[in-house]
Design a protein around this ligand. Sequence first.
Ligand SMILES: CC(C)(COP(=O)(O)OP(=O)(O)OC[C@H]1O[C@@H](n2cnc3c(N)ncnc32)[C@H](O)[C@@H]1OP(=O)(O)O)[C@@H](O)C(=O)NCCC(=O)NCCS
Length: 170
Amino acid sequence: MESKTPRESRTLMTDMVLPSETNPLNNLFGGELLARMDRAASIAARRHSRRITVTASVNHVAFNQAVPVGSVVTVEAAVSRAFRTSMEVFIDVWMEDRFNGEKSKVNEAIYTFVAVDDSGKPTLVPELRPETDLEILRYEAALRRKQLSLVLAGKMKPKDATELKALFMD
Ligand SMILES: CC(C)(COP(=O)(O)OP(=O)(O)OC[C@H]1O[C@@H](n2cnc3c(N)ncnc32)[C@H](O)[C@@H]1OP(=O)(O)O)[C@@H](O)C(=O)NCCC(=O)NCCS
């Protein structure tokens, strides 16, 4: 299988925030943003693998800034590392200033997707070939994030306390 770059899976989804998608403070409801991120990340994972993909885990979600009703929001997703059957997808969320059009980053998240066949069985994905400094940084840190996610999901046991501590250290 031929390797692919993050650029090939990059997915941009731009939409505005409607009143029905807000919390009582008239800011974007967290669950709505999670769904938008899931959708964009799912498309990125599909572009990388060209397979059916399912969300395996949602990690490192940071709601750093409230997003008011009427805002124009762009969700940017790209595969940051591919393993055997799973892919880490990095998501950056940008808000556009309504007066000068400048974009500022308001949120980020990291999702894991697994490529599956028609019966839902995990299937192999192409390797990822990072190109830019940021892509290399994210690629290199992804293995530890995967191990941490598996430990938190109870699917992997660290050998000892030192290994467990190392997983939590940045
Ligand atoms: C995700 C799913 C396919 C994994 O199936 P599984 O039987 O655990 O398969 P495996 O143990 O072979 O794991 C498959 C891959 O997923 C990875 N994985 C599984 N759970 C993970 C987690 N919590 N965090 C990170 N990676 C995870 C494994 O490490 C493995 O990666 P690799 O092959 O790249 O090394 C299965 O749990 C599933 O179908 N879940 C439901 C998905 C879904 O419906 N999502 C929508 C949310 S409603």
